[in-house]
Design a protein around this ligand. Sequence first.
Ligand SMILES: Nc1ncnc2c1ncn2[C@@H]1O[C@H](COP(=O)(O)OP(=O)(O)O)[C@@H](O)[C@H]1O
Ligand SMILES: [Mg+2]
Length: 280
Amino acid sequence: MARTSDILARSHDTGLDRPEVPELARAVGVTEGFASDRTTLGNDVISLVNVQKRFGDRTVLKEINLNLKKGEFIALLGASGSGKTTLLRILSSLEVATTGSLEVAQNRSVVFQEPRLLPFRRVRSNVLLGLSKTDRNRVDVGAALAEVGLADHINAWPKSLSGGEAQRIALARALVRAPDLLLLDEPFAALDALTRIKMQNLVLKLWEQHKPGVLFITHDVEEAIVLADRVLVLKQGELAVDIELKADRPRDRSSAEFRDIRKILLNHLGVSEDYEFSKG
Ligand SMILES: Nc1ncnc2c1ncn2[C@@H]1O[C@H](COP(=O)(O)OP(=O)(O)O)[C@@H](O)[C@H]1O
Ligand SMILES: [Mg+2]
């Protein structure tokens, strides 16, 4: 698999920076139609049965069973190296499962930790990247940018954007395709705490307006509880926990329920909140 940087370099050198270039579009997470057919998906946008992934003799995903319904918001937690990105890459057809059965809605968008904007294209062109000519004429980039609060940045160059702004453009690019499934891989991990809270609110607003199915990968327990309908924990290659969250949004981080769930999830992640003052 070519790395994004290779693809960007290559497309720069050769002029192959057309949206039709599948590798390029795939590198920024916007290509459609690589997963299996969706005819048997019914009310789901993800259906995984006994999915396993090995790298050589190392089994990263042992047995993954997961159904994500249309319009449902699932947060997936897991320690670093637990296989979260591997799972997301399988769902977005950047990686192939070793065994198991996998069905994923074809119309899906991915947002990565880094915004993956092409530096030699303006914001407008970055949002339209990977779309067919017909779709490019149909979609309203201005409206998508307005939704993420950046309507006046349509002609900006990526290098003029802050980290939070760049990630908002990545969200606009994902949403302009009206995906049935939105996959996000620690999208706010590189942002400062305040920007991060704003981005969480933005994601909730966009989800409530468009209602794609969402798989939001994070290692931040609070982020998962603030956002999701269900929180899963990936542990030793399996989905060890599946907690349904019923509290209305916006959720109160100081409520007893929030703290209880936080504690349970932290325990599953092998982190204890208890701490003793040193007696020395
Ligand atoms: N292409 C690959 N070849 C070999 N090992 C890999 C590859 N991709 C990921 N891994 C390994 O799989 C494990 C899970 O990685 P990853 O899915 O990135 O974890 P996470 O996103 O949860 O931090 C890690 O040990 C990583 O080194
Ligand atoms: Mg990862």
